[in-house]
Design a protein around this ligand. Sequence first.
Ligand code: FAD
Ligand code: MLT
Ligand code: ZN
Length: 479
Amino acid sequence: GSVSTNIQRNSLFANLNSDDISYFKEILGEKNVIQDEERLLSANTDWMHKYAGSSRLMLQPRTTDEVSQILQYCNSRCLAVVPQGGNTGLVGGSVPVFDEVIINMGLMNNIIAFDQVNGILVCEAGCILENLGSFLDNEGFIMPLDLGAKGSCQIGGNVSTNAGGLRLVRYGSLHGSVLGLEAVLANGTVLDMLGTLRKDNTGYDLKHLFIGSEGSLGIVTKVSILTPPKLSSVNVAFLACQDYLSCQKLLTEAKRKVGEILSAFEFLDIEAMDLVLHQLEGVRNPLPPLLHKFYVLIETTGSDESNDKEKLEAFLLRSMEAGLISDGVIAQDINQASAFWRIREGLPEALMKAGAVYKYDLSLPVEKMYNLVEEMRKRLGDSARVVGYGHLGDGNLHLNVSTKEYDDKIFAQIEPYVYEWTSKHRGSISAEHGLGLMKANKIYYSKTPETVQLMASIKKLLDPNGIINPYKVLPQSPN
Ligand code: FAD
Ligand code: MLT
Ligand code: ZN
């Protein structure tokens, strides 16, 4: 079942009436005003089936102008809304908490332009990440981000969450690759910041406010993004390490020895491996079933097939001699490479299948990161399964506590301990998933009161009635 919150509905928000529905039908057409129960049920429920709202209306705009008209109307009526992309978010940000109107961006899925010379893609926010990848593949380019949810998540959702994912170690965050965007404010104002320049120091760079603000400041309608060229030589190695320290040392060495071609450095522990093997069909461990405690997936991407492979092999051999790797295999073809990736990318799904999951997405100093997993195991004993994996190359731990069902006693053992521990080590309570509903009230573990105050002032300036994605990101103030 889904988790309950003790948040009260903001009584300043209006209740939807039949005039509202008629108005929306007038501007969007009957077809894109959705009241069908089945479709609403899925739009009200998040990917983990952990958060659920009770909205009775989903709108599907096709143009920026329609988004603008919707917001202008909702603002004048004080109707709360929730922007929704692919609904793959993991912090309860993409679904209503109560009866907010869902504004789903899925129909705004056109590619507007692609500049072959500079590798700049301009598209609508509702484009699915994987579709953009396929489009670019034909042009000889790739998207600068990749994540397990690529088949459903949308670029607008990615930008709004500042999604990190599996390639950040190589291509950096979206704050670097997003060159411009178009967004619509609560009162319907369209902000055209859809620049395509690498450099533009003309005052405040306001697009950054919309990158990672999880739909709390406006709706992103278009994006322009810098895409790297597709390189011909990709190698994927799946490795086993005896202990966490070896994984950490391997990362340091990888940056030194194959840094210029490194495109992913991911790790998972034995609990994580065990889970994918048991929960997902057709997944097998490519290494002999010795009791390895940790696994590392390294990907390199470069332009020289024989050189890159030789370089990677030499690095792996040296690392094996130095005792950092206890076993390993390099994918011999694209199918084997996908099979290795399936182990890592299948983890969120495997956790879902295993039952309830308490999910934490933490930035921590790499050398301390795994201590938390071990401490949680000690705290929880046999009552839960503690699973550790993540984007080691970016200092991002995914700590997951898997149980049969949600249980308040177990929860009390996890929180606030995890947040206190993270704060004590000057980490972040959200590396990449965002705050959403789950962590809105936890923001002070990672931000000072002065900073939160300024964030609240910016929110107030851009959305004075607080209609866009209420109860999310910022802590609740009494109403
Ligand atoms: P949604 O889930 O629909 O929305 C997410 C947030 O953005 C919400 O607050 C919503 O209101 C807002 N939003 C969506 N679209 C817009 C818009 N156009 N304008 C304004 N606000 C908007 N995340 C990572 O960072 N790295 C990973 O490696 C990663 N892997 C994942 C793997 C799996 C299997 C799954 C299920 C999730 C994963 N995620 C990961 C989390 C999630 O996929 C990302 O946060 C993704 O960017 C969300 O995109 P979406 O289109 O599904 O957005
Ligand atoms: C991942 O890296 O797999 C995603 O961020 C999802 C998760 O943390 O489970
Ligand atoms: Zn992740």
